[in-house]
Design a protein around this ligand. Sequence first.
Ligand code: SF4
Length: 356
Amino acid sequence: MQASAETKASPSFAIAPALLAWYDAHARSLPWRAPPGAPPPDPYRVWLSEVMLQQTTVAAVGPYFERFTRRWPTIADLAAADEAEIMAAWAGLGYYSRARNLVACAREVVRLGGFPSTEADLRKLPGLGAYTAAAVAAIAFGEAAVVVDANVERVVARLFAITDPLPGARPAIREATATITPPVRAGDFAQAMMDLGATVCTVRSPRCLLCPLRGACRAEAAGIAEALPAKTPKKPKPTRKGRVFWIEREGAVWFVRREAKGMLGGMRALPDDGWHARADGHGEGPVAGPWRSGGVVRHGFTHFDLELQLMLCDAAEMVHQLPPEEGEFWPLVRLDEAGLPTVFAKAARLALSERS
Ligand code: SF4
């Protein structure tokens, strides 16, 4: 089946009205949203939520969004905040380049005197990709921008029976989404598509009998809904290995600040060896040993899995070798406030269980 040929003829069924009527009754209530048909929400809240939601679930984002907006209620507050505090508050959400871009973007918006109101101008802000610019333009400013996230991708691939696999099918899906995006209530339409994908047109076992778009859905008619969107098989992820060091003194643990560029850049962390393991598990740590193994920490990143050997230092007098300008001793009783990325929080939990 030719994806592009299919998308040229959109179903005669009135998709946008049917979907908006469903949304009026079934919209998810989320802290960054305005109710269906209400005036648009504050662009700051829309932008912040959309950045947080990239690669992250609604359930995980909720508490972070509440904390951020309580602490920095306006974009001017966020722009004036200390970058290290924002990075620490972001800890656990992952994809830390988003937090760095957040600060840069907030400062640029304040410099401009407010958010630009068009997709094209939003796209020029630091860190705003095509998806986020379209989502903010549609939801906060009502522009009929074409908003395609993973949920929308799934709904549209099914509606139009686009059988080419992702990611190659993305242009056809986008083209098809454009044919059904209405000129009014574009923000509600985008959010309705997201909600339909999240609650009805789910990855497995889509609930087609409850779907307001069933009358237009080609995949459902053909009995292939659950198989779409097709995906090009992923290559298996490589595993990287390394060592992470736990150095404790008088109820405090040694943390470093990671280099600004690169993985988890700018975050507070335990020292490590750059994740290039030495086969013998020994060798140099941040201080001369002796070291002993405290077990293995495993963590999955998008492009690789990581296995870190936790190394504990039993020679308390060695900690005086640590250069004070390279890190700090952080009190164990305040570990929760350190803002550690998840992989280092896992290592800390393992270290604490190992020594108790
Ligand atoms: S009918 Fe089924 S497959 Fe089609 S859009 Fe609705 S839930 Fe998805």
